[in-house]
Write a protein that binds this ligand. Structure first.
Ligand code: NCD
Ligand code: ZN
Length: 363
């Protein structure tokens, strides 16, 4: 049995308010605890989106009543809220800007809309962008011009990791995260190691493999692994949609990920593809520093690094009821999670109650 600090996931979609048939603060944070995650940063692309004082209050009320692990809520950048969200910065996880195709209504198509946000946001926390490929390059340039730290969500391409590497070498304040699905799956949902058995080697159906950014080529995935030292954080981009939705006419993009991240990463450790220290750096130390998050006292995760088992959605806590990693054989199980001195998860069961979670930005 090994003990590691509670993980921080800087990128989750908990669907509350507006789509609680997919997830809510209760089931989403139960899923977090089952995955060894004790602090989540919740994205603002809900219905309504979280982008002013009133909607922030709605999300924080819901989280205060139902969250089982600690949390902070993102604010979303809209076309005309740069000043008003900047005034709420201290209450928020950070600012999220959607600059590319995404699920939900928060999207800033016109680059001239970006300026106001980059100039107004105070910069104590980063501006997190969903920006792929060339728009990522443009966003890094604009953040640099305005002297603001920028954090690139879910990088997936070779050209992205190489540009971030070059930007860092030039002293630009840029950080980034990678999701397990962009490290372990290639386009079509084809598994790359650790692949488990033949059961899943056919990949995923078109609807189930829909995710933004899209699953990339094998060469892109290899470039992410080769440049793991450039990547600051692991993040799930936990984006639950139900199976009926994923298998239906217009499958929405997104994968659940909170309960599979640590087992997949531990499997990579057991195969010598990364170290346990990489997990602690990228899932605890770096996100805490980048987002200025407080330490969680008496908080840890007990892991059986030798347990071998199959990933099964039927054993998970997310309301969405599926996982793109169904049937994968992994090595490394979350046995117990202690959050602020209390057992929060043990023997497959979440024991932390709804409302136990704290808003780490409460002032
Ligand atoms: C996210 C969602 O469903 O909210 N989907 C996804 O494919 N990642 C939206 C997003 O992060 O772009
Ligand atoms: Zn996301």
């Amino acid at each position: 049995m090994i003990k590691i600090p509670g993980l921080i996931d800087p990128h989750v979609h908990l669907r509350e308010p507006g789509a609680t048939h997919k997830e809510d603060f209760d089931t989403g944070t139960a899923s977090a605890l089952a995955g060894g995650v004790t602090l989540v940063l919740a994205m603002p692309n809900t219905r309504p989106p979280i982008f002013d004082a009133e909607t922030l209050e709605i999300a924080l009320q819901a989280a205060g009543q139902r969250a089982r692990c600690d949390y902070a809520q993102y604010l979303g950048a809209g076309p005309d809220n740069a000043r008003s969200v900047a005034a709420l910065a201290r209450q928020a996880a950070a600012l999220k800007m959607y600059l590319d195709a995404t699920f939900g209504q928060l999207r800033l198509d016109d680059m001239s809309l970006w300026h106001d946000h980059f100039s107004c946001w105070p910069g104590d926390t980063p501006i997190v962008t969903h920006s792929e490929s060339r728009s990522m390059g443009a966003a890094i340039l604009m953040a640099h011009i305005y002297g603001k730290p920028i954090h690139i969500a879910h990088i997936s391409l070779r050209e992205e990791v190489l540009l971030i590497k070059a930007a860092k070498q030039h002293g630009i304040q840029v950080t980034c995260e990678v999701c397990p699905h962009h490290l372990f799956l290639a386009e079509g949902g084809i598994p790359l190691a650790p692949a488990g058995d033949d059961c899943c080697s056919d990949g995923l159906s078109a609807g189930r493999s829909e995710v933004r950014p899209r699953l990339a080529t094998r060469a892109d995935v290899e470039a992410l692994w080769e440049n793991l030292d450039v990547i600051d954080c692991f993040a799930t981009d936990h984006a639950p949609h139900t199976l009926v939705e994923k298998d239906g006419e217009n499958p929405p993009p997104g994968f659940p990920g909170l309960e599979t991240m640590l087992p997949l990463l531990l499997t990579a450790v057991s195969e010598g593809r990364m170290s346990l220290d990489d997990i602690v750096q990228k899932s605890v130390i770096n996100p805490r520093r980048i987002f200025h998050l407080p330490e969680q006292p008496e908080t840890w995760v007990e892991v059986d690094e030798n347990a071998i088992y199959e990933i099964k959605a039927s054993e998970m806590h997310s309301r969405c009821g599926w996982t793109p990693f169904e049937g994968w054989k992994v090595k490394g199980r979350v046995c117990r999670v202690v959050l602020r001195g209390k057992t929060a998860f043990e023997d497959g069961k979440v024991v932390a109650e709804t409302g136990y979670g704290r808003n780490v930005r409460e002032i």
